[in-house]
Design a protein around this ligand. Structure first.
Ligand SMILES: *Cc1c(COP(=O)(O)O)cnc(C)c1O
Length: 492
């Protein structure tokens, strides 16, 4: 299977293999890589996956996108990624919430957030792709993070052969627990550094390094090339398609649906990666009804899905669901490509770059509305939902998941729906313990670290082992530098 850029209308220039797409990340024209055509599965094939464990389901789905790999090679990669040591409760369990609502819990991995689903697998895939493409140099992964991605990338790439990783995070704007998770990171090929400033300063610093040709040349002389781990890479998106097929299998096995029934899905959305993976699963033949795109107060996507106007020129809110505090959802570009083609997408992306705004035609927005609808949940509704789910239904939810469940509830009542609704649950409640504790108990925690103990005592649930270890682990990285000094961290 060949891959093309979302901005290449001629399609001939950009055709490359899956391995090349994963090694390159971004296309040279600024577009994102997508498969030239989407593979499809019959209902019988989906049904046969239901008898298999998660790693086998994953190897099977990934083999449709990575056809240069044998099924055995992919099995090996999937077993390394989703071992029971990393995912002791299973990779992606489906848990009943109440009524027709079911949570697809994607946070049972080593960093307790859904980024693990992709970032536990992608490093193994990346390393295999380097071999397939004959790359002799060592890869250096640079990451600027506002929280969850940094830790998940560190944990995924630690001790992967022929790869090193450096993570930069802003000194302010990362929670105390997230900071501890990164400062205590283990592994021989990892490095972590705080930057004086905010996330934008860290992000701009990384972009400057990527754009600096003399840096690339000096690294090349040392046998090193730069790469990134963010969610525009096809290698991060593909593993996310798997869990939608797996969730359908789980619902079949639990006899909540019969083969062919449609399931609606609600996704707490930031960069549009997770929900796009669900859209791709639907286009591959998985019986999915509506895709509900849930946003927090940063509701740029809710507006787009109702009006066809995408406008990032608006106030930015810091919310209790920070992983969704985003004004540019990069993966929306892939949806525009699938709906409107490369020509239209290129024009829209250059409008976004120059004006921060674009408007799609009514044909395009109507086509998108056939699959998607958008809701946003404000801060008061988010806390209310965390509290109500816990008090009335015994389901302890994190703040991002609560944004989505609230949206799902409104979708169900407005559409008078009797279908099964699957909601992506994207973080352990303990990852956002202070806000969750405040919502369920009505009390302030003593501080953000003691909030984990307080939440555990109040709800009689256990702090996940990886987070518990973080609280007492040895600090390995505690340096803070100026953003202008970031280049000095590279092995030049
Ligand atoms: C990253 C993240 C999201 C948003 O996912 P996208 O793929 O960027 O839309 C939602 N919730 C949590 C906890 C996350 O870490």
């Amino acid at each position: 299977m060949k891959y093309v850029s979302t901005r290449d209308a001629s399609i001939i220039k950009s055709k490359i293999t899956a391995s090349e797409a994963v090694c390159r990340g971004l296309a040279p024209d600024g577009g994102l890589y997508v498969p030239e055509a989407l593979p499809s599965l019959t209902l019988d094939e989906i049904n046969s996956l239901a008898a298999l464990p998660y790693t086998e389901r994953a190897a099977h789905i990934l083999s449709l996108f990575f056809d240069e790999f044998s099924l055995d090679e992919l099995r090996e990669i999937c077993r390394s990624a989703y071992s029971s040591a990393s995912f002791p409760d299973g990779a992606a369990p489906v848990v009943p919430v109440y009524g027709n609502l079911n949570a697809l819990e994607l946070w049972h991995g080593p960093t307790c957030a859904f980024k693990d689903m992709a970032l536990q697998l992608m490093p193994h895939l990346f390393s295999a792709c380097l071999k397939k493409t004959g790359e002799a140099r060592r890869a250096l992964i640079l990451v600027a993070t506002s929280g969850d991605t940094g830790k998940a990338a560190l944990e995924g790439y630690r001790d992967i052969p022929k790869v090193s990783i450096i993570v930069f995070y802003p000194e302010t704007g990362v929670s105390r627990v997230q900071k501890l998770q990164m400062m205590t990171q283990e592994g021989e090929n990892v490095s972590v550094c705080a930057i004086k400033g905010n996330f934008d300063d860290a992000q701009s610093g990384v972009k400057r390094i990527f754009a600096d040709e003399s840096v690339q040349k000096r690294l090349d002389q040392n046998g090193i090339f730069l790469s990134s781990a963010n969610s525009i890479n096809w290698g991060r998106l593909a593993p996310q398609i798997v869990y939608y097929f797996s969730a359908y299998c789980e619902l079949l096995n639990a006899k909540k649906i019969t083969l062919g029934d449609t399931v609606d899905v609600t996704v707490p959305t930031g960069n549009f990666g997770n929900i796009l993976a669900c859209y791709i699963a639907k286009k591959m033949g998985l019986p999915i009804g509506r895709l509900v795109c849930a946003s927090n107060a940063n509701n740029v996507l809710t507006d787009f899905l109702s009006t066809g106007v995408y406008d990032k020129n608006r106030e930015f809110f810091i919310t209790m669901s920070p992983s969704m505090d985003i004004l540019i959802s990069s993966n929306l570009e892939r949806l525009l490509y699938f709906t409107a083609g490369a020509d239209v997408n290129s024009k829209l992306m250059s409008e976004l770059a120059s004006n921060g705004r674009y408007e799609v035609s009514s044909d395009i927005i109507n086509a998108i509305k056939a699959d998607f609808c958008g809701y946003f949940t404000d801060e008061a509704q988010t806390s209310e939902t965390v509290k109500r789910l816990y008090c009335e239904h015994g389901y302890l939810s994190d703040t991002h998941t609560a944004v989505a469940i609230n949206a799902a509830e409104r979708f169900i009542s407005e559409h008078d729906s009797n279908s099964v609704m699957l909601v992506c649950s994207t973080a352990s409640p303990y990852k956002f313990a202070a806000d969750v504790y405040r919502a369920v108990s009505g009390k302030d925690p003593a501080d953000s670290v003691s909030a984990l103990e307080e939440l555990s005592e109040y709800t009689k649930t256990n702090i996940p082992t990886p987070l518990k270890k973080t609280l007492t682990a040895e600090i390995r990285f505690n340096r803070t530098i100026e953003a202008s000094e970031m280049i000095g961290e590279l092995p030049l």
